[in-house]
Design a protein around this ligand. Sequence first.
Ligand SMILES: *Cc1c(COP(=O)(O)O)cnc(C)c1O
Length: 395
Amino acid sequence: MAKKDDSSERGEQPETEVVHLGRKPFEQHGFVNTPVYRGSTVLYPTLDAIKQRTQPFTYGRRATPTTKALEDAITHLEGGAATVLTASGLAAISTAVLAFAESGDHILMPDNVYQPGRAFADKMLKKLGVETTYYDPLIGRDIAGLFRPNTKLVLVEAPGSQTFEMPDIPAIAAAARGQNIWVIADNTWATPFFCKPLSLGADVSLEAATKYIVGHADAMMGTVTGNARAAKYLDNAKETLGTCPGSEETYLALRGLRTLAVRLERHQQSGIAVAEWLAGRPEVDRVLHPALPGDAGNAIWKRDFSGASGLFAVVLKPVPEKALAAFLDGLKLFGMGYSWGGYESLVIPFDPTSYRTATRWRGPGPALRFHIGLEAVDDLIHDLSEGFARLESAR
Ligand SMILES: *Cc1c(COP(=O)(O)O)cnc(C)c1O
């Protein structure tokens, strides 16, 4: 095969990997990108071919050359044995959990888990006879105290959604390993570019590729990567649940992957710059960003991550609702909306007291989650600074 056709074994730098992984141009007449293969039926040339079951592609739901390209790239980036693609990040969570959990099992989820994941546990898993306990994300090795004879898995999210507490994945994984408990990491914030949970002891690493991998707010997609022990359970879950992503979405994720390195570097730098500026504002009580030196999660972040993305939160001092509205409603560059990881800056208010059950959230004022996009930092800071002026005059 041609020289560029297998970049997976060369041990290159991550920046090089995201450009070359999963691409086989000379299997596509030299065209640089793996095209969008649309399809359900895949033809077999002979009766023997049906019986042998050795054909690489057999049915659209199972795999296409497009999905195979993304699976291979993500598997290599995560350092896993195999990857399963799903139609959304939430489907990545449900597929990963259902790969292992069965009726009568007990599972552990962090108190700051991505909220729709909590709804999956409370509404769907409960109905299937799987019990969930929420734990303090900072529990570390003391997680062992929550293990029961029927505990099947622990979900970790690093850092956790909205409030950005940084769990100690190696400590949790070490406690679980001796007990034969699976560890599933939601790695959406860092992406496999900045963190490799499997190398920290997790069995499964999943991504809402919707966020940074797709990177342009134009597709929904999830990935679930397992180590050698976990891979067959994930494949079985994918096949029995029938989860599979759309062809176009898979292509968009592959396309996003190619620029992941440069985008993330910029999200990181600008994110830290804006977070530091916000930390100096009199309206701000504290900034929740594990890459800032004063953050409680900073030591773990430095130990386990090679970078930070552009997502963090701030807790404001108490402020009347109408002053907060004046700040948010007039922003010109920050959109208000859910999801993140695209090229644009976003802000969204949130209230952790509304869903936490294992830990208590301390105000004092409202909390805002920021996603710092690829705009110039000065322009973003100018927009925010005008916002604070509006906030002050609306008090
Ligand atoms: C957004 C998100 C998800 C879910 O992704 P969707 O593609 O929106 O379903 C899962 N985990 C985390 C941490 C997320 O931020």
